[in-house]
Design a binder for this molecule. Structure first.
Ligand code: PLP
Length: 222
């Protein structure tokens, strides 16, 4: 894999308003440094232990995005440095993030994850559940976190129509939530959707953040 070439060509082809999260999970530090030395600083990880280790060992100006399912009791390990948490799917988790953000005297950026895929295995909130959280008293009181938008994952399928519908549906829900609750909140403006196999479709459907791993770094061996 020519990591430098891959990352530069993906970035050259993304619209200006779309950010690239280079998903480096399972990949060694030297691969991350290759991308970093090509001028990239946003990386995504989905395991707490792996992320904290990489954060310790790699340049401090890297912006680390946590993109996986996060357990409440592990928030404390990433709260001091994490740049954005993509997949908040409960008030309980948000409460834990806020608590750790207070301890670290910082504000942590996050996205709510909506469930858009057909598969039951994928995490995420229903629109109803999301609105329930947004309307709760506790949500309004939480001050050390900053909601930047929504995230979703499409079904893993070759059916392009289905993926299009799922991304289109998420974009519609994003617009609805924004209009209904955050019309005045100008930094509620991120929609994290799209991975190696489907990011072009995601961008066409309004993604502002794509999370790309294997197309940059090669297939993962677990
Ligand atoms: C692994 C992962 C990605 C990247 O997947 P690729 O297919 O390698 O691009 C994106 N988002 C999440 C949440 C992931 O866990």
């Amino acid at each position: 894999m020519d990591i430098k070439k891959n990352i530069l060509s993906i970035k050259a082809n993304l619209p200006d308003n779309v950010k690239l999260v280079a998903v480096s999970k399972t990949k060694p530090n030297e691969d991350i440094l290759t991308a970093y030395n090509a001028g990239h600083i946003i990386f995504g990880e989905n395991k707490v232990q792996e992320l904290t280790k990489k954060h310790e060992e790699l340049p401090k100006d890297i912006q680390w995005h946590f993109i996986g399912h996060l357990q409440t009791n592990k928030v404390k390990y990433i709260a001091p440095f994490v740049s954005m948490i993509h997949a908040v799917d409960s008030l309980k988790l948000l409460r834990a993030i806020n608590k750790e953000a207070i301890k670290n005297d910082r504000k942590i950026e996050y996205l709510f994850q909506l469930h858009i895929a057909e598969e039951e295995s994928k995490f995420g909130l229903t629109l109803n559940k999301l609105e329930e959280i947004i309307c709760s008293e506790e949500f309004k009181q939480i001050k050390n976190v900053n909601l930047r938008g929504l995230m979703g994952m499409a079904t893993y399928t070759n059916n392009i129509e289905q993926i299009k519908n799922e991304f289109g549906g998420l974009k519609k829900q994003f617009d609805q939530i924004k209009a209904k609750y955050f019309a005045e909140k100008h930094d509620f403006n991120e929609l994290s959707m799209g991975m190696s196999s489907d990011f072009e479709l995601a961008v066409k459907n309004g993604s502002t953040m794509v999370r790309i791993g294997s197309t940059i770094f090669g297939e993962r061996n677990y």
